[in-house]
Design a protein around this ligand. Structure first.
Ligand code: PEP
Ligand code: MG
Length: 704
């Protein structure tokens, strides 16, 4: 085999063998597997690798020799138990290569293994004895060494050993890789055991790994014999099991449904929310299904290209097997695997060690964490995860459901201001109710509500049926609606009639939204619930734009307070998401009481990469090394970061107590959170399920 790989006979000269081996190690740095590994773990390719040359001992010198791998604590659960595997008369590779069944090091581990593998006690003791039983003296020595190593390195060790002719040799030791659960438990146990202090317990955590702990997982025992039928992208983590439905509006058909679609669209939102999980045949990590599912904290596997879905017959074929509507399947959104049948899941345990870790994080963090949430449910989830307020409520998300979209469309399609005002009258009570729900869920905490932001054509019907419906509602001919929809279309909607440009051209929209926000707050005040609204103007680029919006908000508020004979404290501020706003932040701060960095748009406009089209070239740019990361995921500190830092300085020059936060997607990404800390922001805001990650990242930033 080696000869075949080399294309020539295996060298007999030891020097040549040695040089060949050295070359193989250096050569391994650029193999695809190593490249993938580096990408996942964010290791730079220019580090290169090193070679140590070391004489070896032999574990295959007879039955008095052995080799094994051991962990000083359980790498899966974090339990403080010595464990591992070994083989008699074998070399290191034999243990990992799976040619022979490795045996357990401790007797306790061996008994547990036999139970899971259905091996009788007699067979276990004779064929698979533990090292503890087979070589008791050497086991004792190994046990003492593992304790010594862990005490020395003050972390869980992954060690390799060889026994050569009755003598124990340690080959290597290193800090062991571990699951998210083990990461938390080991650090918190070591803190209790006095091995490490609080700061070290915090700094040892990998924030992104907490994600594993925040979602349901499959029950270990339920996984025995589980069969993978397809594989897609791990779009949104966690495990889910349910009965297949193919149409989102039928999500209530079963108490536990699982939505399967070729791809999803905004109309599927409600069904996606009801279903236990989502599986799509098409779409990547940023597809509608993936993005929405992550926001909901719902398990999702996207782009499982091998499954064939037939909506007509309500069936799908996976790996040659036909699955009908109502059949059970299970998804692992952390690996992208799709399983046949029902696999029981368990909910995450967020108290105990996890709770203590979060408390510790808050003790050391300087920044606090808010959440991006548009519903009372999401607000509550985030609050339970420790969010100290809402940093962004995207009001447009409230307009999509049921009756609301009709009133919204009426407003957009209206002929003139009078028509718009009439439609806005219908929207007012709906918005007010939505805000009451959110303020109540977030009582006593600040809530930043952003006024309408997206281009209006996103709300109007583009299909025949929808246009017909609107024509009937508005009592006009369908051709009028068609024409209006056409008029609204833009060449570059992201740079078009959106953000504060809407509120400045149609002030009545800002008036209605301001009224809805403040009326909701006043209504709650009467019920004894404290609301702290912060009204946020989107897409500001100049002071004049901001000032005009501020004036409308304040005039509306004054009028309302007079009408009601009551008032409430509120703030008016802006998103900083246009480069010009960052450059002139000193001026904008004359009017804005707070800045929230909208780094999604700020990245889009600083790079000139369209958020909607970047998927076509960003993956290639990353592969070719033109970009190190997707700048929409990891904040570009060098470029976009400069604008953030500049805006902070300039904003504080004008208004020293200006409130500063971030609400772009970067607010939940650990390296970006660290940047925000250094830039002097007061808080970060992220999706509910990233709140704990951001809390930990904020603490680490402060400690570093
Ligand atoms: C942003 O641009 O960063 C932001 C939070 O707003 P949106 O994503 O809604 O444009
Ligand atoms: Mg934006």
């Amino acid at each position: 085999m080696v000869e075949r790989e080399l294309g020539r006979p295996f060298p007999e000269d030891p020097q040549e063998q040695l040089w060949g081996a050295i070359g193989a190690v250096f050569g391994s740095w650029m193999v695809p597997r190593a490249i993938t590994y580096r990408n996942i773990h964010d290791i730079s390719a220019d580090w290169g690798t090193a070679v140590n040359i070391q004489s070896m001992v032999f574990g295959n010198m007879g039955d008095n020799s052995a080799t094994g791998v051991a962990f000083t604590r359980d790498a899966a659960t974090g339990e403080d138990i010595f464990n591992g595997e070994y083989l008699i008369n074998a070399q290191g590779e034999d243990v990992v290569a799976g040619i022979r069944t490795p045996q357990q090091i401790t007797k306790e581990g061996s008994l547990r293994w036999a139970k899971l593998a259905h091996v009788s006690e007699e067979e276990r003791a004779s064929k698979y004895p533990s090292l503890e039983e087979a070589m008791p003296e050497l086991y004792k020595e190994l046990d003492a060494v593992q304790q010594k190593l862990e005490d020395h390195y003050r972390d869980m060790q992954d060690l390799e050993f060889t026994i050569q002719d009755g003598k124990l040799w340690l080959l290597q030791t290193r800090n062991g890789k571990r699951t998210g659960a083990a990461m938390v438990k080991i650090a918190m146990d070591m803190l209790k055991q006095g091995i490490i202090d609080e700061k070290e317990a915090l700094l040892r955590q990998e924030p992104n790994k907490l994600d594993e702990l925040l979602h349901p997982v499959f029950k270990k025992e339920a996984m025995a014999g589980a069969k993978v039928l397809a594989k897609g992208l791990p779009a949104s983590p966690g495990a889910a099991t349910g009965q297949v439905i193919f149409f989102a509006d039928e999500a209530n058909k079963y108490p536990n449904s699982l939505l399967v679609r070729i791809e999803t669209s905004p109309e599927d939102l409600e069904g996606m929310n009801i279903a236990n999980g989502i599986l799509t045949a098409r779409g990547g990590m940023t597809s509608h299904a993936a993005v929405v599912a992550r926001g909901m904290g719902k398990c999702c596997v996207s782009g499982a290209g091998s499954i064939k879905i037939d909506y007509k017959t309500r069936t799908m074929v996976m790996d040659g097997k036909t699955i009908k509507e109502g059949d059970w399947i299970s998804l692992n959104g952390s690996t992208g695997e799709v399983y046949e049948g029902k696999i029981e899941t368990i909910d995450p345990e967020l108290s105990g060690d996890f709770g203590k870790l979060m408390e510790l994080s808050d003790k050391y963090a300087r920044m606090y964490v808010r959440t991006n949430a548009d519903t009372p449910h999401d607000s509550k989830v985030a609050r339970d995860f420790g969010a100290k307020g809402i940093g962004l409520t995207r009001t447009e998300h409230m307009f999509f459901e049921g009756e609301k979209i009709i009133a919204m469309r009426e407003m957009i399609l209206a002929e003139d201001e009078a028509g718009r005002r009439e439609a806005l009258e219908k929207l007012l009570p709906i918005q007010r109710k939505d805000f009451e729900g959110i303020f109540e869920a977030m009582h006593d905490l600040p809530v930043t509500v952003r006024l309408l932001d997206p281009p209006l054509h996103e709300f109007v019907p583009h299909d025949e049926k929808g246009q017909q419906e609107m024509a009937e509602v508005m009592g006009v001919d369908v051709s009028v609606i068609k024409q209006k929809v056409e008029d609204l279309s833009e060449f570059n909607p992201m740079l078009g009639h959106r953000g504060c440009r809407l509120g400045n051209t149609y002030p009545e929209i800002t008036e209605m939204q301001t009224r809805a926000i403040l009326e909701a707050a006043l209504n709650l005040k009467q019920k004894g619930v404290n609301a702290h609204p912060e009204i946020m103007i989107p897409l500001t680029g100049t002071l004049a734009e901001m000032k005009m919006q501020e004036e409308i908000v304040r005039a509306t508020a004054d009028k309302l307070f007079e009408e009601r004979g009551d008032k409430i404290d509120y703030l008016v501020g802006t998103m900083i998401e246009i480069p010009r706003a960052a450059l002139t932040a000193d001026q904008i701060a004359q009017s804005a009481e707070f800045f929230s960095f909208g780094t999604n748009d700020l990245t889009q406009m600083t790079f000139g990469y369209s958020r909607d089209d970047a998927g076509k070239f960003l993956p290639i740019y990353i592969e070719k090394g033109i970009l190190k990361h997707d700048p929409f995921e990891v904040l570009d500190q060098e470029g976009v970061g400069q604008l953030v830092e500049m805006a902070v300085k300039k904003g504080q020059q004008t208004r020293p107590d200006i409130k500063l936060g971030i609400c772009g997607e970067h607010g939940g990404e650990p390296s970006s959170v660290e940047f925000c800390h250094c830039a002097g922001l007061h808080y970060v805001s992220c999706s509910p399920y990233r709140v704990p990650i951001a809390r930990l990242a904020a603490a680490q930033a402060a400690l570093r």
